[in-house]
Design a protein around this ligand. Structure first.
Ligand code: GDP
Ligand code: MG
Length: 297
């Protein structure tokens, strides 16, 4: 059906500074995520897209999972947690030169709670002697089960091709979600869609089950710096549409108001949000398309 091509979503998780962004950029071949030696540079979900003969991999470079200390920290952890459930594969990246610490253990606790397969990617092997890898691998293996364990150096590209091949093997057959010359997407678009979804689920809880998807139809930065966002909430039945819109549109207005407030805080700019509700039966069959992108261009 998809002519044998593989495609899917791969989350990159790990403590800050282990080289997640470097790894993703190297695999994608473009600088799509900001890298730095300061932890937590990556605030939002960032996607890098790799298209090859074998198929298409969409990487989600998550904010470092860590114990939240601030509101923004909470938010980042939440995004990372959501990413873990939605993806086909997780790359858990560690620094070969560092012993397993509470940070890694905290992350592994989270990883154990999802069903998604996990690869242990031991990064920065250029910094250690090969003999030091075995005890490290043993230690991690004794903590949890990994589908693969792959040592790499993101910085000099060492062993990245075997990693990519192994990822393709793990992915299901599927369509290309992006044109083959696309390397990244605007992270704020996802955040915007996720925020709207979150507000809707929060306000409606029981009435509308998790059969919602948010699609960002238009995302424009105006000359003034303000953002114009046109989004559509998809549900599966007319009855749900009624609930989402609410009496005289009050529910939809409230969803929009809350989402807009969060966006303005996060993006630091004024946001004009236009929100629509549409019924699309059986959108779940396209769930990942809708949920993860909110748009196709
Ligand atoms: P993130 O916080 O996990 O996204 O980490 P970054 O990708 O921003 O990298 C953090 C630091 O580690 C940067 O200074 C990178 O240059 C460095 N780094 C990343 N990968 C490697 C590697 O394979 N070897 C070495 N020696 N340094 C690396
Ligand atoms: Mg990063």
């Amino acid at each position: 059906m998809f002519s044998g091509k593989k495609s899917g979503f791969v989350a990159i998780v790990g403590r800050p500074n282990v080289g997640k962004s470097t790894l993703m950029n190297q695999m994608v071949g473009q600088k799509v995520a900001i890298m730095s030696d300061k932890p937590q540079t990556t605030r939002n979900r960032i996607q890098g897209i790799l298209t090859k003969e074998e198929g298409q991999i969409i990487f989600i470079d998550t904010p470092g999972i860590h114990k939240p200390k601030s509101k923004l920290g909470d938010y980042m952890v939440r995004i990372a947690d959501n990413a873990l459930k939605e993806v086909d594969l997780i790359l858990f990246v560690i620094d070969a030169a560092e012993k397993m610490g509470t940070g890694e253990q905290y992350i592994m606790e989270r990883l154990k709670s999802v069903k998604t397969p996990v690869y242990l990617v031991i990064n920065k092997i250029d910094k250690v002697h090969p003999n030091d890898l075995l005890p490290l691998i043993d230690h991690y293996r004794s903590e949890m089960e990994f589908a693969e364990i792959i040592p790499v150096s993101a910085l000099n590209g060492n062993n990245l091709n075997p990693l990519i091949q192994s990822i393709f093997k793990a992915l299901p057959e599927g369509p290309f979600y992006y044109p083959s010359d696309t390397y990244t997407d605007h992270p704020e678009r996802f955040i915007a869609a996720e925020l709207i979804r979150e507000k809707a689920l929060h306000l409606l809880r029981e009435e509308v089950p998790h059969s919602l998807a948010v699609v960002i139809e238009e995302y424009k930065e105006r000359e003034s710096g303000n953002l114009y966002i046109h989004a559509v909430i998809y549900c599966e039945r007319n009855s749900q549409k009624g609930i989402l819109i609410g009496k005289n549109g009050t529910m939809l207005k409230e969803i929009g108001r809350r989402a807009r407030e969060d966006m303005e805080n996060l993006f630091g700019t004024r946001v004009f949000l236009e929100l629509w509700v549409k019924v699309k039966e059986d959108w779940r069959n396209e769930e990942r398309l809708l949920k993860n992108f909110g748009y196709q261009e």
